[in-house]
Design a protein around this ligand. Structure first.
Ligand code: SF4
Length: 115
């Protein structure tokens, strides 16, 4: 099977051609090794860093922005969003505070401080 991808690792956005034969993946069109790794992983184990917001329970109409520390498998994104939607945190919040621990192999952390 052949796939066409755009590498999203840097702004250059190389057009990748990926030839998939079972678990063998051959990537071309990449200007650097990162593109080969991206093409391989995107075809065999696609994952994304997830960003969202979490309710701050002791501040009216306040949310804190959050993100996963590491990418998670794409098939788990909707389930993670349900976990994040149900979560809340109490201020004060510091950047890097763990909001959801050990979900799909990573943590969800705050990316904004709330005094
Ligand atoms: S292959 Fe390398 S140069 Fe091209 S977009 Fe990806 S990271 Fe950037």
């Amino acid at each position: 099977m052949k796939r066409e991808l755009t590498c999203i690792i840097c702004p250059r956005g190389c057009s990748l051609q990926v030839d998939i034969q079972g678990d063998q993946v051959k990537v071309s069109g990449n200007a650097c090794p990162k593109g080969a790794t991206y093409g391989h992983d995107e075809c065999l184990h696609p994952a994304r860093t997830v960003t969202s917001i979490v309710r701050v329970s002791n501040r009216e109409d306040t949310r804190v922005s959050v993100k996963t520390v590491a990418p998670i498998p794409k098939e788990n994104i909707f389930d993670l969003m349900e976990i994040i939607r149900a979560a809340s945190v109490q201020a004060p919040v510091a950047i890097g505070d763990v909001i959801c621990k050990n979900v799909y192999g990573t943590d969800v952390i705050a990316t904004k401080a709330i005094d």
